[in-house]
Design a binder for this molecule. Structure first.
Ligand code: PMP
Length: 285
């Protein structure tokens, strides 16, 4: 993604895509002092744009740093990025991190906080799984406890086990991996939340040790509008045996049906289709 035409917003200005670089002694590269957002624009408008900018600020706070741009300034920067790159349907990546400077130890009080926003075209995250139902591996790593790491931040450090688990899943011919949490409950995929259907009701893990995704919250609202009961609760992996349908939610994933998780199979059923279609409409309203 580094060698191409385009413009990236960096620390207050649009610069050439190829020049959007950082120094090798960037604190974030060594110590994961970085937070980010994944957003999607539909027809030139970012879905839940403000919520994403607010979450970026909240994530930075959880890592004990302040983003030097207000939510309004970030909103304006995102508009500039889409316009400068002539994008209408696009993925938007905002990232904020502790840069290079006076400090090279673990402490980083004097290094500047840097912010960048890039955007590019990015189609279906799970490719044709979106139609057939994705196949998921069960990750060997567990989502950590909220006493171990700030689990509600969208922070780079939480993605180390995501990359490892996703690679392992792909090596086995799966599209993604499903994490259990430190207690053994079903948690989330490497970049998406999960929902199950049984007897016309929906069950989804309680987000007490992972990201309560913006798409997840949107989909819960859509289900409630349809008077469908949503149980946010702790789910044991064995319960997957009795669930009939399953889907993932995320900005990149949107609503993606799941056909298989480890030994458990699901049908791509009517409610899954309905919610996936309704989400596609909603993001363009
Ligand atoms: N969990 C993880 C680990 C993620 O990376 C994402 C994607 N941001 C999600 C859940 C879903 O969040 P959202 O719906 O806000 O994109």
């Amino acid at each position: 993604y580094d060698d191409r035409d385009g413009q990236i917003w960096m620390d207050g200005e649009l610069i050439d895509w190829r020049s959007a670089n950082v120094h090798i002694l960037t604190h974030a590269l060594h110590y994961a002092s970085s937070v980010f957002e994944g957003e999607r624009a539909y027809g030139g408008k970012i879905f839940k744009s403000r919520e994403h900018s607010e979450r970026l600020h909240a994530s930075a706070k959880m890592l004990d740093f302040e983003i030097p741009w207000s939510v309004d300034q970030l909103e304006e920067a995102k508009r500039q990025v889409l316009k400068a790159n002539g994008l209408s349907d696009a993925y938007v990546r905002a990232v904020a991190w502790r840069g290079a400077g006076e400090d090279m130890g673990v402490a980083s009080r004097r290094n500047p906080v840097r912010v960048a926003i890039a955007a590019w075209e990015w189609g279906a995250y799970y490719g044709d799984a979106k139609m057939k139902g994705a196949k998921l591996d069960i990750a060997k790593w567990k989502r950590p406890s909220p006493e171990t790491i700030p689990v509600h931040a969208k922070a780079a450090g939480l993605y180390m086990i995501c990359t490892m688990s996703k690679h392992e899943a792909e090596n086995k011919g799966c599209s993604d991996a499903l994490f259990m949490d430190y207690r053994g409950y079903v948690a989330e995929a490497t970049g998406a939340n999960i929902f199950f259907v049984k007897d016309g009701e929906v069950h989804t893990p309680k987000p007490d040790c992972f990201l309560n995704g913006i798409t997840r919250q949107t989909v819960i609202g859509m289900l409630e509008d349809r008077q469908i009961k949503v149980h946010e609760r702790h789910i044991m992996p064995e319960e997957m045996e009795g669930f009939e349908q399953c889907w993932l939610t995320g900005t990149a994933a949107e609503v993606t049906p799941v056909g298989q998780i480890g030994p458990y199979n699901f049908e791509v059923g009517q409610l899954t289709r309905e919610i996936a279609d309704a989400y596609e409409k909603l993001v363009r309203e």
